[in-house]
Design a protein around this ligand. Structure first.
Ligand SMILES: Nc1ncnc2c1ncn2[C@@H]1O[C@H](COP(=O)(O)OP(=O)(O)OP(=O)(O)O)[C@@H](O)[C@H]1O
Ligand SMILES: [Mg+2]
Length: 293
C-alpha cells in the first residue's frame, strides 16, 4: 500500500479536485489482473471530496452515525480494535444506464473540535501510523489523503494523517499569493517529517494546477518559481493540469452518477499524464532515505 497526502496550507488550490481525479483514475487501473483498491480519506471537515464521491445523503447519515475518521481515531486511541467496515463507505453505483464506476472507498472527515483538548487522545501524533495504517494496508493498494488548508500544529487529527502518509504532493496554482504561501507548506512538511523520523512523508513535488503556459501568469510566476524550488531541491512535476472552467463544479457535484472520465473526457489526458508521473515518482522513492523539501 502507498498512502499519498495532497497538501497545501493554501486553500482552494485543487487538493480536493485532484484527490477526486486521482481516485477515479487509479481505481480504473488493473494491476496484476484486478482493479487497484483505492481509499480516499477526507480530512477536511468541509467534506468536498467525500460528498462528491458519496453524495450528500449518504455522507450526512454516516456522519450522524459517527462513522468518521475522528471517531475511528478515538476508538483506536482507547486501545479498541474497531471493525473498519462500517467506516469504509463505498462510492455507490449509478442507477442504471451507465457502465460500472470504478470502486472507491471513502473515510469521512471530522471536526477537530470533537476531541477534548485537555485529554486529547491524538497527543500521540503517530497513533494512526501505528494502528490504522497496518489495517488499511491489508485492504487497499492506494490511500489518498485530502488535507484541509490552513493547517498548523494544533490540528492533531490532520497532522496524524500526514504522519501516516508515505508521500506528499502539493497542488499549487501559479499565482503570486499561492507562491508566497509555499514556505509555510514546506515548513509543515518538515515538521511532520521530524515527527515520523524516518524520512516520510517523502516530498514528491509540486503539481501545477489551473496552469496555462500561454498565460501572463505563467510567464510571470511559474518559470521563476520552478527554478527557485529546483535550486532548493524541491521537485516540480513536469506535467500539469490546465485551467478548465467546466471543472469548477467537479467537487460540487455528486460523482456517483457518472465517472469523471465520462464527464470530463477532454480533460482526462492531462490527469493520465500527471498520475503516470505520480506513479513513477513514488516508485522511485529511495527506501529509508530522509528527504527535505
Ligand atoms: N484545473 C482547474 N480548473 C478549473 N477549476 C478548478 C481546477 N482545479 C480546481 N478548480 C476549482 O477550484 C475550486 C477550489 O478547488 P478545490 O476545492 O479542489 O481546492 P482545495 O485546495 O481542496 O480547497 P480547500 O483548501 O478549501 O480544501 C473548486 O471550485 C474547484 O472546482
Ligand atoms: Mg479541499
Amino acid at each position: 500500500m502507498h498512502a499519498i497526502a495532497l497538501y497545501n496550507s493554501k486553500g482552494g488550490v485543487g487538493k480536493s479536485t485532484l484527490t477526486l481525479f486521482f481516485a477515479d483514475f487509479l481505481a480504473s487501473l488493473q494491476v496484476a489482473g484486478r482493479p487497484l483498491r483505492v481509499l480516499v480519506i477526507d480530512l477536511d471537515a468541509q467534506g468536498s471530496s467525500s460528498t462528491a464521491l458519496l453524495g450528500a445523503v449518504v455522507t450526512q447519515q454516516a456522519r450522524q452515525a459517527s462513522h468518521t475518521i475522528g471517531h475511528l481515531a478515538l476508538q483506536l486511541a482507547e486501545g479498541q480494535q474497531p471493525t473498519l467496515e462500517p467506516f469504509l463507505l463505498l462510492r455507490p453505483q449509478s442507477p442504471g444506464g451507465h457502465p460500472p464506476l470504478p470502486t472507491v472507498a471513502v473515510l469521512l472527515p471530522e471536526r477537530e473540535s470533537i476531541f477534548n483538548f485537555d485529554a486529547n487522545p491524538l497527543q500521540s501524533l503517530t497513533l494512526l501510523l501505528r494502528t490504522l495504517k497496518p489495517a488499511l494496508a491489508r485492504r487497499f493498494d492506494v490511500v489518498l489523503l485530502d488535507l484541509p488548508g490552513g493547517l498548523d500544529e494544533r490540528h492533531l487529527l490532520a497532522i496524524n494523517a500526514l504522519v501516516m502518509s508515505d508521500s506528499v504532493v502539493v497542488p499549487i496554482e501559479p499565482t503570486r499569493l499561492a507562491i508566497h504561501a509555499l514556505p509555510e507548506t514546506v515548513r509543515m512538511i518538515q515538521y511532520v517529517q521530524g515527527i515520523h523520523g524516518q524520512g516520510a512523508p517523502h516530498f514528491l513535488g509540486l503539481i501545477l494546477n489551473r496552469t496555462d503556459r500561454r498565460s501572463r501568469q505563467f510567464r510571470l510566476h511559474v518559470s521563476g518559481m520552478v527554478q527557485h524550488f529546483q535550486k532548493s531541491g524541491t521537485p516540480c512535476f513536469d506535467n500539469f493540469l490546465p485551467n478548465a472552467p467546466e471543472l469548477a463544479n467537479a467537487t460540487d457535484d455528486t460523482l456517483a452518477v457518472q465517472s469523471l472520465r465520462e464527464r470530463y473526457g477532454g480533460y482526462y489526458p492531462h490527469v493520465k499524464r500527471v498520475v503516470k508521473e505520480l506513479f513513477d515518482r513514488w516508485q522511485a522513492i529511495p527506501t529509508g532515505q530522509p528527504t527535505n523539501p
